[in-house]
Design a protein around this ligand. Structure first.
Ligand code: DP6
Length: 361
């Protein structure tokens, strides 16, 4: 077994070659429709529940890793500046895992850049660690299947496991204690539902996240009396969502997305201390989506949010102009940006910085 911690499959793992020292990967963020929130085994980074997400087009983290025998310490550069503290420690811990598993002893230089603002409400830890998993394993000569890459990526950030794949992605929690049945898998490809849109609603004065989600979720596990019920409800909700996505059935999917988001928010708010990620503007956006559905007398949009104040509003192309107009009117909304499902992580040949996204469509 190549990795004594995470039960990565040994097939497809080759011994590192000293020649392949450097590699670059790009990876996208994703937005969870069913949230990962709770770790059942921190050593193996195993979640309590399976989750489901949409990989987002246009946004990218691009990461280059070079293992270099001349380096005395890891050098980590994030968005053009040397990383320090928690962000650096997370990368170094991840590199240690790759060194341990691949047998490459060298320190590394890591350069990572996003084509979207870090901490903008788009999960930069998902895209960042998915890109790091791809680049670090490839630079170490450790050839992993996409599934094994998803198993590695979760050690950086749970949601990163899903960013390995494009389109609609399920991260299966699995039941085995060694984690061998815990991995992400693509459910539907990016072009499965061409009419689906995600309007990312950026709210003004969004507070920066002080506690990593990986830590905050354990407060919920320990203290929220609603958490056990949430865990019981998730499997049926996830299956229903996959069926609705399969049938491209927005009137069935949209209420499920909001129900799940409300469940996530409720276990956060009933945690002690309470976790409140939204601002008054975020809440006004949720209310606006409910009003749009009420007025249309059918579900034309669905809101969801992660552990942050920005809101993602799913809708269909034909409802986009009216939905977007409504959202832009909410006081405190900075701007909206429309994205579709996109492709997953992939290696790149060059090291040029990723292109910035077009503003809107
Ligand atoms: C609410 O695994 O991304 O976005 O370790 O802090 O990076 P960090 O946490 P992460 O947690 C994701 C929590 C979530 C839900 C989700 O994306 O499934």
């Amino acid at each position: 077994m190549a990795d004594k911690y995470c039960a990565l499959p040994s097939h497809g793992v080759s011994r590192p070659t000293r020649a392949s020292r450097s590699a670059t990967y790009e990876a996208p963020p994703n937005i969870a429709l069913v949230k990962y929130w709770g770790v059942r085994d921190p050593t193996r980074a195993l979640p309590f529940n399976s989750s489901l997400s949409v990989t987002l087009e246009r946004f990218r983290s691009r990461t280059t890793v070079r293992f270099d025998p001349a380096l005395r310490d890891d050098v980590v550069d994030l968005n053009g500046a040397p990383a320090t503290g928690g962000p650096r420690d997370g990368v170094v811990r991840f590199l240690d895992r790759v060194r341990d598993a691949s047998g490459v002893p060298d320190r590394a230089s890591v350069a990572s850049a996003n084509n979207f603002p870090t901490a903008s409400g788009l999960a930069s830890s998902a895209s960042g660690f998915a890109a790091l998993a791809g680049a670090a394993s490839a630079a170490a000569g450790w050839r992993l299947s996409p599934r094994a890459l998803s198993q590695l990526a979760r050690f950086g950030s749970g949601s990163a496991s899903r960013s390995i794949f494009g389109g609609f992605v399920e991260w299966r929690a699995g039941t085995r204690s060694d984690g061998s049945d815990c991995y992400a898998r693509p459910v539907f490809p990016p072009d499965h539902w061409p009419e689906l849109r995600d309007v990312v609603v950026f709210v003004a004065h969004a507070p920066t996240k002080e506690v990593r989600s990986a830590d905050a979720m354990q407060t919920t596990v320990r203290t929220s009396t609603e958490y056990p019920r949430r865990l019981r409800e998730i499997p049926a909700r996830l299956r229903a969502m996959e069926r609705a996505i399969g049938a491209r059935d927005a009137p069935r999917l949209f209420p499920l997305i909001m129900e799940e988001c409300d469940s996530f928010r409720s276990v956060c708010e009933t945690s002690r201390p309470s976790l409140d990620y939204l601002t008054a503007t975020s809440r006004a956006v949720l209310a606006e989506v409910r009003a749009a559905n009420r007025e249309a007398d059918r579900p034309v949009a669905a809101y969801t949010h992660d552990a942050g104040a920005h809101v993602h509003v799913f809708t269909l192309a034909r409802h986009l102009p009216s939905v977007r107009r409504r959202l832009a009117r909410v006081a405190g909304v900075d701007r909206t940006l429309v994205v579709r499902p996109g492709p997953g992580a992939h290696p790149v040949g060059g090291t040029a910085p990723p292109r910035p996204p077009r503003r809107s469509r």
